[in-house]
Ligand binder design. Structure first.
Ligand code: MG
Ligand code: MG
Length: 250
């Protein structure tokens, strides 16, 4: 079932996403060689709670933390740990959710730790560009397939893989609502976009094959071939004339 949001609901979602983006940016600034992913998690939780929100992931289906922190070949859903020390040359994907007045925000970024290889830097930049290309397709009368195809075109055009096993999603009063938002598809196909629809668009792009495996912890998804992966996400509302990237400073 798809729920269209009122302007009041969108304002709460914007607040939730603002907290998420603050937590993500603070994580980026704090993440240095030697920092643990658990330290980033503590920082993010404090920012969200001080801002009047609640962490959305903590306790979600038993997930233990505020952030998902996924290093190098980990794609998504990595669990922050005092045992995971970041090191020079790593890339780190941080995914975060927050709840304000019952409404969810959900966003993610990937960034380098110190100096990274040109190949790693390119993967990050292309994944961010995939998200921007997809956001540009969000407007009334557009279709979900336009959004999906924009990600796929950019990623595969650069020779990268598009993860199939995880997709974006509607978001609002729940973290995951209908519709599913894949990162591959055909332009002109799929659900027609209407004002008030909010979708979390989240390209997960790999250096090699898009095949994944999940660790014994039941959460951490990594590339089957051990190559790098990157992940960016925005919660995006369809407006009367285009789109609104929730929580982003314009
Ligand atoms: Mg997310
Ligand atoms: Mg999401």
């Amino acid at each position: 079932m798809i729920f269209l949001k009122s302007n009041d609901e969108l304002r709460f979602m914007d607040q939730a996403n603002r907290l998420v983006h603050q937590a993500l940016e603070a994580s980026r600034e704090a993440a240095k060689p030697g920092t643990t992913t658990a330290e980033l998690d503590t920082l993010a939780e404090r920012i969200i709670r001080e801002g009047g929100g609640e962490p959305a992931f903590k306790g979600y289906r038993g997930f233990p933390s505020t952030l998902c922190t996924s290093v190098n070949d980990e794609i998504v859903h990595g669990i922050p740990s005092r045992k995971v020390l970041l090191k020079e040359g790593d890339i780190l994907s941080v995914d975060c959710g927050a709840i304000v007045h019952g409404y969810y925000g959900d966003a993610a970024i990937t960034f380098p730790i110190g100096q990274v290889s040109p190949a790693a830097q390119k993967l990050i930049e292309v994944t961010r560009a995939c998200l921007e290309d997809a956001v540009a397709q969000v407007k009334p009368g557009g279709r979900l397939g336009d959004v999906a195809a924009a990600v796929q075109l950019r990623a595969e055009g650069e020779g990268f893989g598009v993860v199939r096993d995880f997709v974006g999603h509607g978001v609002g009063r729940a973290l995951h609502e209908d519709p599913q938002v894949p990162n591959y598809g055909k332009p002109g196909h799929g659900l027609q976009l209407k004002p008030g629809l909010v979708i979390a668009i989240e390209p997960m792009i790999t250096e090699g094959s898009w095949k994944i495996r999940v660790d014994a912890d039941g959460w951490t998804a990594r590339t089957e071939d051990g190559k790098l992966a990157a992940h960016f996400e925005y919660s995006v509302a369809v407006t009367d004339h285009g789109h609104w990237v929730l929580g982003r400073e314009e």
